[in-house]
Design a protein around this ligand. Structure first.
Ligand SMILES: [Zn+2]
Length: 398
């Protein structure tokens, strides 16, 4: 939620017709309401604390009467190729808008069908602590899962840590998954849901993995940003994924640097950091790994990408041609890291000292090789991801 200073909450009379109320006072909420004129709401993302342009917005709209409303972003590049997503149940279940209502790069329509209907809209499918708590309920009590507090965030919120393993057997391998170093990158959490569901599914390959490995998942690195509805990416003075060199300014990254080497405890390990790319266009509408500056690590990433491509069962495409953005190409250059090192550069120092693989995975917000990304097929992608991790480890043993 934004502070009251940035609250955007307003009633507007449309002659004798419907009134529209726009609200961002809920976890993850973010909007600047510019104007409501006729049947059109003019808005833009609140990028307070962000350097440069980005695109996170997430608000609730209540129409007093059934009618079609138009929503126009006054800032360019704030909508995906599918326009916007909406939720009718307060942000637990999301759908992309009907594509006939996707009216251009900065404009969409939505038809409210009931009096005083509240619909939540966002550029993608937001996921906050409420969503996570709702999801994890079904796994509480499973003795292969332990949930605890990794650290307190800078603003005093608990940052969750999930451990999954067969705790009756001493692990011989550690696997770390991180998400939301950039608060806006919510699609990663659907991958995590799919991974956890698969890990606890009793499938023979996952039972074998849990007998061998202990998996740690930190679902919200920038917990404050997620709950406050911050953009998070390009946060001033530096964001969570530029906080792994010098003195860390965020409690979560500081704790990763201190605690993960102790948790690994000299065992072989893998560290995977989940991200979402820019909003649309080339390199942003397919899933891929970001090539590491160390060519030996990049060679391992290529092997992992190959395993992903060859073994995927879910509907979302992943191919080796697009699945690895080599270091030095497109945006993946040293110049992108001037403010500080990202997780995978930090982890890379342990390569040949136990670390077998580190990678960033960029998973798109809306379109993957032309396919619509949904919560469900993102979960399937997460299931494929943890299966690929199991196969990768198995191959190392050979
Ligand atoms: Zn990111």
């Amino acid at each position: 939620m934004k502070s009251i200073l940035f609250a955007c909450s307003l009633f507007f009379s449309l002659n004798c017709c419907a009134q529209m109320h726009i609200d961002d006072q809920f976890p993850g909420g973010n909007v600047i309401l510019e104007n409501i004129s006729g049947d059109t709401v003019y808005f833009k993302p609140d990028l307070t604390g962000t350097e440069g342009n980005w695109f996170y917005w997430n608000f609730q709209a209540t129409s007093t009467k059934p009618q079609t409303w138009y929503f126009k972003s006054t800032k360019k590049n704030t909508m995906t190729g599918l326009g916007a997503a909406y939720s009718e149940d307060g942000g637990y279940n999301w759908m992309w808008i009907d594509q006939k209502d996707n009216l251009g790069p900065d404009l969409f329509a939505f038809t409210f069908t009931k009096p005083n209907q509240t619909i939540q809209f966002s550029f993608a499918q937001p996921y906050t602590q409420n969503n996570f708590e709702h999801f994890i309920q079904s796994h509480i009590g499973d003795n292969r899962l332990k949930q605890s507090i990794f650290c307190q965030s800078n603003q005093g919120r608990p940052v969750e840590k999930i451990l999954i393993s067969n705790f009756d057997i001493k692990p011989s391998f550690k696997i770390l998954f991180l998400a939301r170093a950039h608060a806006c990158e919510m699609m990663s959490n659907y991958l995590i849901e799919g991974m956890i569901n698969n890990l606890l599914s009793d499938s023979p390959e996952m039972v074998e993995l849990l007998n061998k490995a202990e998996i740690m998942i930190i679902p919200f690195l920038d917990k404050d940003g997620v709950e406050n509805g911050d953009q998070g990416k390009n946060r001033i003075p530096r964001d969570h994924n530029r906080d792994y060199s010098g003195t860390s300014i965020y409690a979560t990254t500081r704790t990763i640097r201190e605690e993960i080497p102790k948790w690994v405890g000299g065992l072989p390990w893998i560290g995977i950091d989940l991200h979402n790319p820019w909003i649309k266009g080339e390199h942003n509408e397919w899933a891929y790994m970001v090539g590491n500056a160390n060519p030996d690590i990049e060679a391992q990433q290529r092997i992992f990408a190959q395993i992903m491509a060859e073994n995927r069962k879910g509907p979302l495409k992943f191919d080796i041609e697009h699945g690895l953005l080599e270091y030095g190409t497109a945006w993946n250059k040293g110049s992108n890291y001037e403010k500080g090192e990202p997780f995978n550069a930090w982890a890379a120092q342990y390569f040949d000292k136990g670390l077998r693989l580190t990678t960033t995975i960029e998973f798109p917000y809306a379109l993957n090789h032309g396919q619509e990304v949904t919560a469900q097929n993102a979960r399937e992608f997460g299931k494929d991801l943890i299966r690929a991790t199991a196969i990768y480890i198995e191959n190392l043993d050979e």
